[in-house]
Design a protein around this ligand. Structure first.
Ligand code: COA
Ligand code: MG
Length: 303
């Protein structure tokens, strides 16, 4: 497996591509990743103008270390190819990834991949633009393994629970709520998508939660996603950034403990032991591997 760029995605902030004001706020926010939206947050009549607004924001705002992403329209619309061409021609140097909504299969993703290949050659871009996709159709959930392995450029899959709920005919109160059902109604699709992402060596991210004043319920959803191996969650409002950053970052205690377990294991191994007791709990190669995930997350964050 070749090395993909490692990017922080604890909080991915959605910003309507028509709003200069929100784009400015987003660039200055603490979110690891901002996606400037050309899809659902932009009305059909405003799509063409939003391409310019987004390109200007990418070229002229100070984004610091934020991952800069543009969500284009899906390949089944009249806008997709022009979204990609327009944004990359105008601001390709200042763009890290393109997010493609509603792919149904690998070939939908490969369309965007090939278009980006051509643009990168023509424009002489030195950095490759990454791809992220939303898994938000029942057909995509069935094809999630082929989508995860569709191209080298793919870095991340996001579970888009709003469209997904509509696609399956789930009855939910509003986007992202999982209560009102015995157990977690999104457990299976999150789990399924995360397995496909991890097996392909890419990030899994959890999608939106529309009830943005409900901090407590948002935190529950973040915690569920984290526990399943996802690296972050969307924010549709600035109030959702800090909770996601907090929950998707290990605490210093967690990191210290993880390093301690790895040390204990390495010492045992150097003495010819496969497993040892430490503070009343067994430590072996699998424990070291499990805690290595925490250390890797801490390293990426710079803890
Ligand atoms: N990115 C950047 N800034 C945002 C923002 C976002 N996603 N959402 C709100 N803000 C700003 C507002 O402009 C406002 O700024 P101000 O204090 O300088 O006036 C401040 O944060 C507080 O916003 P608030 O008044 O609480 O929310 P609102 O009623 O203006 O907007 C939404 C609510 C849901 C319409 C808005 O948050 C939004 O458009 N979110 C993104 C929607 C989206 O992208 N959907 C598609 C993907 S799911
Ligand atoms: Mg959607």
């Amino acid at each position: 497996m070749s090395k993909k760029p490692m990017r922080l995605r604890r909080s991915q902030l959605a910003v309507p591509g028509v709003s200069e004001k929100m784009l400015t706020k987003a660039a200055a926010s603490a979110a690891d990743h901002v996606f400037c939206d050309l899809e659902d947050a932009v009305a059909p009549s405003a799509k063409a103008g939003a391409r310019d607004t987004i390109a200007d924001a990418l070229n002229n705002l100070d984004w610091g270390n934020t991952v800069r992403c543009v969500r284009v329209n899906d390949v089944g619309t009249e806008w997709c190819y022009e979204d990609i061409i327009s944004v990359v021609e105008k601001a390709g140097k200042n763009l890290d990834t393109i997010m493609l909504p509603k792919p149904m299969n690998a070939s939908d993703v490969q369309f965007a991949d090939k278009l980006l290949n051509q643009l990168e050659m023509k424009l002489g871009l030195e950095r490759k633009i990454g791809l992220e996709v939303l898994i938000e159709e029942v057909e995509a959930m069935q094809n999630v393994v082929e989508i995860a392995n569709s191209c080298e450029r793919l870095e991340c899959m996001i579970f888009g629970m709003g469209d997904y709920a509509a696609s399956q005919g789930l009855v939910v109160k509003n986007i992202g709520r999982t209560d009102g059902y015995p157990g977690d109604i999104f457990h299976y699709p999150r789990y399924h998508m995360t397995i496909a992402a991890r097996a392909a060596g890419i990030d899994a991210v959890d999608g939106p939660f529309a009830d943005f004043k409900n901090d407590e319920a948002y935190r529950v959803e973040c915690q569920r996603a984290l526990t399943l191996g996802m690296v972050g969650k969307w924010a549709i409002h600035p109030a959702q950034i800090d909770p996601a950053l907090e929950i998707f970052s290990p605490s210093q205690n967690d990191v210290d403990f993880a390093r301690e377990i790895i040390e204990v294991y390495e010492k045992a191994a150097s003495e010819g032991l496969g497993s040892v007791g430490h503070k009343g709990v067994m430590v072996d190669a699998a424990s070291a591997r499990l805690f290595q995930n925490t250390v890797n997350r801490a390293d990426l964050i710079g803890m």
